[in-house]
Write a protein that binds this ligand. Structure first.
Ligand SMILES: *Cc1c(COP(=O)(O)O)cnc(C)c1O
Length: 401
């Protein structure tokens, strides 16, 4: 991070001379608590017992938490496999020196086969064309490429349909350049109260596995459960569970909340960059949709929709300052947003006087108050997965062990 270049180190110094606090270059950042990742994985270990492997799903830059650091922590905390969504993400982990097995969760384009072999990634396979190209390329190098067969049991997204899986295996299993190392499926409704669809998916998966075994094919590592299915369905654990959202300390839906305590790993902070007294009737931000009711201080924060604080949250979210909730006001800008500190003391509580440099919590705890990614997601009309990915994209991350 610290640059060799003179003008850059001066920049670094300027940051350090200010109120300080990480990161020095910009007063808005994501904090990722790696200890929370460890504790969450420990909870899952207790739930699944010693014999089931954990795949830590670190796709989408570990749901915005940073793939390399999360992967390292997850492996140190007992995860055996890593799951990514594409070859690019797998390469990033390999370049960081991570040697653990990495599954690309859906079949990548055939044009990536050379990279897959070079970096030792394990692809999901669901088509004859891809499988045979992979086998040919591996054979030409005198190697055997491991793969996991992805079976579609009803989500209708990717995977070979469960009825067609035996046929696909009949076509590709002979190939000496290929090794079936695992078989998996993915559930569409594991986090929903109604169990009808997941039962159907489970039954189709069991049937496909039985047919495979009848054909004399060993399915290898069998896996199906995401976080929700891991918490709710022991019979879906098989040989490995694929944990994403739960590792980051969030619940896939309200339905699992009471069944497991998890520790959120992501917090988001910003420091106040400007404070103004705005007279009654004056507008704030683009469009001036918010008008000062008088007797307020308006604080500015250097974080906006390009950092993942969706513009649709304008005027609907709170921030925490000195343990108190204060309303965000005016339209959220690309890189900034404003909040209001009413100067009339109410309910016997003194008004908060924001100061430039004060640390504000956007996501996380401050005293008794707590703003979760779930709260923001709910206000926005989306899910915590989406909210975490947004916030993790542009903001610099600070890791705490
Ligand atoms: C993302 C993903 C997971 C992890 O799901 P969570 O709900 O975050 O636990 C597991 N399996 C596959 C195939 C996925 O794409």
């Amino acid at each position: 991070m610290v640059s060799q270049n003179d003008s850059d180190s001066r920049l670094e110094l300027t940051g350090d001379l200010s109120v300080g606090g990480p990161p020095a270059r910009r007063w808005a950042w994501v904090e990722v608590n790696l200890e929370a990742i460890r504790r969450n994985l420990q909870r899952f270990r207790r739930l699944i017992g010693p014999d089931v492997m954990i795949m830590a799903v670190v796709k989408a830059d570990a749901y915005g938490h940073g793939a390399v650091r999360v992967a390292q922590k997850a492996l140190a905390s007992g995860a055996k496999w890593l799951g990514v969504s594409n070859v690019e993400e797998g390469i990033e982990l390999r370049k960081a020196g991570i040697a653990a097995p990495i599954l690309v969760l859906s079949e990548p384009p055939a044009s990536t086969i050379d990279l897959i072999l070079h970096y030792g990634l394990t692809p999901a396979v669901h088509s004859t064309e891809f499988a045979l190209s992979l086998g040919e390329a591996a054979s030409a190098m005198g190697r055997i490429a491991p793969y996991h067969l992805k079976i579609d049991t009803g989500m209708n997204r990717v995977g070979v349909h469960s009825d067609d899986a035996p046929d696909l295996l009949r076509t590709i299993d002979f190939h000496s350049g290929l090794q079936l190392q695992g078989v998996f499926t993915h559930f569409a409704t594991a986090d929903e109260a109604d169990t009808y669809e997941i039962t159907r998916q489970y039954d189709r998966f069991m049937k496909a596995l039985a047919e495979m075994r009848y054909m004399g094919i060993n399915p290898g590592i069998v896996h199906a459960a995401n976080t929700a299915a891991t918490i709710r369905y022991k019979q879906a654990h098989f040989n490995m569970v694929r944990i994403g959202i739960g590792m980051y300390g969030m619940h896939p839906s309200e339905i699992t909340q009471s069944q497991m305590e998890l520790y959120p790993a992501m917090s988001v902070y910003a420091r106040v960059t400007m404070v103004k007294s705005v007279p009654m009737g004056e507008g704030v931000s683009y469009g001036m949709l918010y008008r000062s009711p008088g007797n307020v201080l308006i604080g500015t924060l250097p974080i906006g929709y390009a950092d993942g604080i969706a513009r649709e949250l304008s005027g609907k979210m709170d921030i925490l300052l000195k343990g108190r909730r204060l309303p965000q006001v005016g339209n959220i800008c690309m890189d900034m947003m404003m909040f209001e500190a009413n100067q009339r003391s109410s309910a016997g509580r003194l008004a908060i006087q924001p100061q430039v440099g004060d640390e504000v919590v956007i996501v996380g705890r401050d005293g008794e108050e707590w703003i979760t990614l779930d709260e923001l997601a709910q206000t926005l009309g989306t899910i915590n997965y989406d909210m975490a990915c947004r916030l993790g994209e542009r903001l610099e991350r600070l890791y705490v062990e």
